[in-house]
Design a protein around this ligand. Structure first.
Ligand code: GLN
Length: 493
């Protein structure tokens, strides 16, 4: 049998093959991860560990396999779950004080589908409060650390952010304390932490995965997706996570393809669009250079590179910061100290609401609620929210027009590598700019993926970002796989 540290370094695909071949058991694979988690607590990647459940699920997987009933590529695979997913009987807090002690009586559809596929839950991962953030610094559980360290430059030796909001999930996968993890992406929260931690992060098409049982941030944007060490692993996880759910009226009733089968390595003739508007002032030259390198890799593999225009790109971020807070202010109205989590007693019911919300929400969440309430208020609704919805349609139209010319779009994932904890904390706009390249696809509901593609001059991971047409995950994954092969990115050793 392989040593336990070897077991945590496997890909999901290889671990699945090892389980099938009887090289090790699901219990051994799970125990290796539980041991590694205990040794890596300083990362603060998990907000709750569930070792008892994990071992029980692993034993059940071994028993199934023993009877010839293994469920498929995820059976016996230990995964981490972002704390935004409700998990039955297991603390689910969205990284917020206001959900203290909340143990749902139900399981989110996506996690249920993973358990039905035989996967093992290691625990819940740290995240920005209610998924609002780009650095995992707004969590009630404190910041999560990136397992990478800069070799040189201003951030050398400092603790770095893992990106956000799915920072704990990204950190756990990069640090080999989960073989894969779930994340959610509203404006970039899977892809940007994927880029910062040197792993693959995929946001599927809006409607591809059920949102049922995922604590809502901005309902018209939120989408679940996988964080993994390889594109193939992302394809395997998405296969189990995706699918129509009658409990989510925005989930789409079309068959779930075999995503891993789409990874043929053949992208000859694929048209790759390069949007002029993503060449932004202030983008570091090393990120421009990596983008150019990505173009060359795809062209060398037989793709055709075409220049395209997405003219409304510059409005995506400002529009997002109207639509997302508007929806959040409505979704978060339910936290009142009566039904869930924290309750701070007041003199009467209104006072209880006020005291509970004042104590329960952190500053970033309060900022979003205030912005959202403002843009939805009578007199401002037309000027802000309605206008933002109109611009959102234009952004989606830009992409629709682009698909006449190209099959996928290539851009950088983020405008920087991971930065030090504490940076950008007093400047919300600087923090919001992290999502400049990821937000447009979110506004248009399109699938997008970040693939680790290189290192910054300071030795930190940088991702490249592919966007596809709605429900064209297979094409996007095929291109991502080619990019991954060309980049030969070495994960953390
Ligand atoms: N960073 C963005 C925000 O703070 C996106 C977050 C997300 O995708 N959940 O809203």
């Amino acid at each position: 049998m392989a040593g336990t540290s070897d077991l945590t370094r496997l890909t999901i695909a290889d671990a699945g093959a090892g389980l099938a071949a009887g090289d090790f058991s699901a219990r051994e694979l799970t125990q290796a991860h539980l041991d590694a988690m205990a040794a890596a607590r300083d990362l603060n990647a998990y907000s709750a560990e569930t070792p008892d459940q994990a071992l029980a699920m692993a034993d059940a997987s071994d028993a199934r396999r023993g009877q010839g009933d293994a469920q498929g590529p995820l059976d016996g695979i230990p995964l981490a779950i972002k704390d935004l997913f409700c998990t039955e009987g297991v603390l689910s807090t969205a990284g917020s004080h206001i959900l203290d002690g909340f143990k749902p009586t139900y399981e989110s559809t996506v996690t249920q589908q993973l358990w039905d596929a035989g996967a093992v839950m290691l625990g819940k991962t740290n995240m920005d409060e209610f998924a609002m953030g780009s650095a995992n610094v707004t969590s009630h559980y404190g910041p999560c650390l990136n397992p990478w360290k800069a070799a040189s430059g201003d951030a050398a030796g400092k603790d770095l952010v893992p990106g956000g909001s799915s920072g704990g999930s990204a950190s756990a996968v990069a640090a080999n304390i989960a073989l894969g993890a779930t994340g959610t992406d509203t404006g970039g929260s899977i892809r940007q932490p994927g880029s910062f931690c040197g792993i693959v992060g995929m946001k599927p098409t809006y409607g591809r995965c059920s949102r049922w049982g995922i604590i809502a941030f901005a309902s018209s944007l939120d989408q679940a997706g996988p964080l993994t060490r390889t594109v193939r692993d992302g394809a395997l996880m998405l296969g189990a996570m995706a699918g129509y759910d009658p409990k989510d009226s925005t989930s789409v009733d079309i068959p779930v393809p075999d995503y891993a089968a789409a990874l043929t390595g053949d992208i000859r003739g694929l048209r790759v669009g390069i949007p002029a508007e993503y060449r932004m002032d202030g983008t570091p030259p090393e990120i421009e250079a990596l983008w150019q390198q990505g173009r060359d890799w795809l062209r060398d593999a037989g793709a055709e590179i075409v220049d395209i225009s997405l003219p409304h790109t510059k409005y995506a971020l400002p529009t997002y910061y109207i639509v997302a807070p508007a929806e959040a202010s409505s979704n978060l109205a339910r936290y009142d100290g009566v039904r869930y989590g924290l309750r701070v007693e007041g003199e009467d019911i209104i006072d209880t609401y006020e005291k509970t919300r004042a104590a329960g929400f952190g500053p970033e969440v309060k900022r979003r609620i205030m912005i959202g309430t403002y843009v939805l208020s009578a007199g401002y609704y037309d000027a802000y929210y309605l206008q933002a919805q109109r611009v959102r349609t234009r952004i989606a139209d830009d992409f629709r027009a682009a698909w006449d010319k190209c099959d996928v779009i290539l851009t950088p994932t983020a405008p920087s590598a991971a930065f030090a904890i504490g940076e950008k904390m007093d400047d919300p706009i600087a923090m919001y700019l992290n999502d400049i390249f990821t937000v447009p696809a979110s506004m248009a509901g399109l699938p997008a993926i970040s693939v680790p593609a290189g290192l910054s001059a300071d030795g930190l991971p940088l991702g490249l970002h592919l966007i596809g047409p709605a429900f064209a995950e297979e094409t996007m994954l095929r291109a991502a796989d080619v990019l991954e092969t060309a980049a030969e990115f070495e994960g953390r050793q």
